[in-house]
Design a protein around this ligand. Structure first.
Ligand SMILES: [Zn+2]
Length: 160
């Protein structure tokens, strides 16, 4: 069985029991999460989320990039979320990722790409929280807090 068959089979089973077709689009718990795409992280499970609860915005590193900020602005202004949790994690593949190495590997097409690697996940989370706080497109009342998830224990710790 291919991965494609597996995921389509899983979806058949999910849809067969699905009973949440009447959810509204605005997240019921009025928050958004920005976190890493790392396969070891399952925000729905480690944050206790159900369908309809929250926006989950994921990218490599869980960074508040321009595009993540775009999503947060829409999340707040169009869909009424009131705060964001930025969640980095230990052993992130973005720690130490260098533009030089990526560009050497990928060639000229990668010259203009900033892959946004970082040295310290705590600092990366702080910088992301600050981008939310300083965005002129989000009000001061929009909350932003940062956490680091430990992939060994499943535990979140707040970044101060
Ligand atoms: Zn990561």
């Amino acid at each position: 069985m291919t991965v494609r068959d597996e995921i389509l089979g899983a979806n058949e089973r999910y849809a067969a029991q699905f009973d949440k077709g009447n959810l509204r689009a605005p997240p019921g718990r009025r928050f958004a999460v920005v976190t890493c795409m790392d396969a070891r992280l399952d925000p729905a499970r480690f944050l206790g989320l159900e369908e309809g609860d929250a926006h989950v915005i994921r990218n490599a590193g869980g960074l508040v990039t321009d595009d993540a900020l775009r999503s947060l602005v829409i999340s707040h202004h169009e869909l009424a979320t009131q705060e964001a949790f930025v969640i980095g994690h230990e052993a992130c593949g973005m720690i130490g990722l260098s533009n030089e190495r990526m560009r050497a590997q990928l060639g000229p097409a990668a010259e203009a790409v900033d892959f946004l690697g970082f040295a310290d996940v705590h600092q990366a989370v702080r910088d992301s929280v600050r981008r939310i706080q300083e965005s002129p497109l989000l009000p001061d009342t929009f909350g932003a807090t940062g956490y680091v998830y430990d992939v060994r224990t499943g535990r979140l710790r707040q970044v101060t």
